[in-house]
Design a protein around this ligand. Structure first.
Ligand code: UTP
Length: 440
């Protein structure tokens, strides 16, 4: 270890790592040294100082509800046509956030590759690929597509896309880029080890997406290609509509550089963040953990929650705004959770002692947008999360939601003999004809 690294570690409260390296058997020494060099220790110290367990989080004051638009049938059709036109001109691209750990799902692999019990064993990645291919058929242009992976699933995600079988896709599509990671720390800010000679490095939230999109050169390449709109969405929604033409038409019509989809939150205890306006009228997301129970449960004259626009992680923004977001220093958030780790001196498993994971959230950039519009969509048509192994928001509940959506299309199409399963290659959002918004 160089003296510089030794000094850096000691200055940032990580002297236990210096001691660990000095005791480490030679075969593990070099790798551990490289790992230590790869970490930004000044950043690690600052995330602990600014958001550690010793800090009382600043609960947002004076939150107000945000207005949301709902589209009538004719408005929807008009937006669809506008969006198809934008897609035809190659003006929209899709970015999939797939860098998370998926710890609640408990699947040993990327969430996007988790079996869902669907026909032909289709998984979230493949469903999204097929919806994008269908858009290519509808508009004549397959949207550019990028996937953000995480430190733990990068290799497996690359392998999945390399080995994927199914309808052909354009060359080098999607392009994959890896999000940043940060060391997991104990409650006093010391970095944890998963085993002798290995740091516990964990994905540091989806907030790094802006910086990584910019630094990877993807935004610049897309700009040169003529892309003007970027749709960013999470991997874990089986009903997700990548580069949704309706959303594109709505966003381009709204005049705002940022638009977000919401669904109606009716249950105050539902664990979703909500779109709100802060005291200065700027848009932001309040996580469910940030809303005091009384505020979360407050109802309006119509009997619905005051804070009712639930975030479904589907955001459409101009490429210029994405580039602006890349320059913002987003705040850190702490998650105290079980992190597999050992005692650096004895190797005894200490996973039962909760550790600190620090994350940044992409939506913390939203207050910096000059305007934001919210499009409320129907939960049964667009939101079926895959978060847990069983029960609510599980593969089973998401599959049930997709099946019931397909049944509603089939009944609208008046096809009583249909098998009940609709390949996304043949219908993106219930449209029947390849040309325009022909829904029945
Ligand atoms: P979640 O908040 O559900 O996190 O991510 P997760 O890691 O997938 O699952 P748990 O909490 O460990 O069970 C919401 C979306 O943000 C992405 C996820 O892949 C998902 O699409 N995400 C999350 C990232 O891309 N990177 C992260 O560091 C965290």
């Amino acid at each position: 270890m160089t003296n510089d690294l030794r000094q850096l570690l000691c200055e940032n409260g990580q002297d236990h790592l210096v001691a660990h390296l000095d005791r480490l058997e030679p075969s593990l020494h070099d790798n551990f040294c490289t790992e230590l060099e790869s970490v930004d220790w000044i950043r690690a110290t600052s995330m602990h100082r600014l958001a550690g367990p010793q800090v009382t989080p600043n609960l947002p004051a004076e939150l107000g509800p945000i207005p949301a638009s709902q589209l009538s049938g004719p408005e929807r059709d008009r937006c669809w046509d506008l969006g198809i036109d934008l897609l035809a001109k190659g003006k929209a691209a899709f970015v999939l956030m797939a860098g998370g750990q998926g710890s609640r799902l408990g699947f040993d692999g990327p969430k996007g590759a988790c079996p869902l019990g669907l026909p032909d064993d289709l998984v979230l990645f493949e469903i999204l690929v097929r919806r994008l291919l269908r858009l290519g058929e509808l508009s004549g242009t397959i949207p550019p597509f990028a996937v953000m992976t995480g430190p733990e699933n990068d290799a497996a995600t690359r392998e999945w896309f390399q080995k994927r079988q199914g309808p052909a896709v354009p060359p080098s599509w999607p392009v994959l880029f890896q999000q940043s990671a940060a060391p997991a720390l104990d409650q006093s800010g010391k970095a944890l080890l998963t085993k002798f000679g290995e740091l516990a490095l964990v994905p540091d939230g989806n907030g790094g997406i802006w910086e990584r999109l910019e630094r990877s050169g993807i935004l610049l390449a897309w700009k040169d290609q003529g892309v003007e709109w970027i749709h960013v969405a999470g991997v874990d929604n089986l009903l997700s509509l990548p580069c949704d033409p309706v959303f594109l038409g709505f966003a381009s019509d709204s005049g705002a550089p940022l638009s977000c989809k919401s669904v109606l939150r009716t249950d105050p205890s539902e664990k979703v963040g909500v779109y709100v306006l802060d005291g200065e009228g700027r848009p932001r997301v309040a996580e469910y953990t940030e809303l005091p129970p009384k505020t979360a449960a407050a109802t309006d004259v119509d009997g619905l929650p005051v804070f009712r626009e639930a975030n479904i992680a589907s955001h459409l923004l101009t490429l210029a705004l994405a580039r602006q977001f890349a320059g913002i220093n987003l705040p850190w958030h702490l998650a105290v959770k079980k992190i597999p780790h050992v005692d650096p001196a004895t190797g005894v498993d200490l996973t039962h002692q909760l550790g600190c994971k620090y994350e940044r959230f992409l939506f913390d950039a939203f207050p910096h947008a000059s305007g934001m519009s919210v499009l409320r969509v129907r939960r049964e048509q667009e939101f079926a999360p895959v978060k847990n192994a069983l029960g609510i928001d599980s593969p089973q509940s998401a599959r049930t939601a997709l099946e019931s959506l397909h049944r509603s299309w089939i009944s609208r199409w008046n096809l009583p003999e249909h098998s009940g399963w609709i390949d996304p290659l043949t219908s993106y959002a219930g449209e029947r004809e390849a040309k325009t918004a022909s829904w029945s």
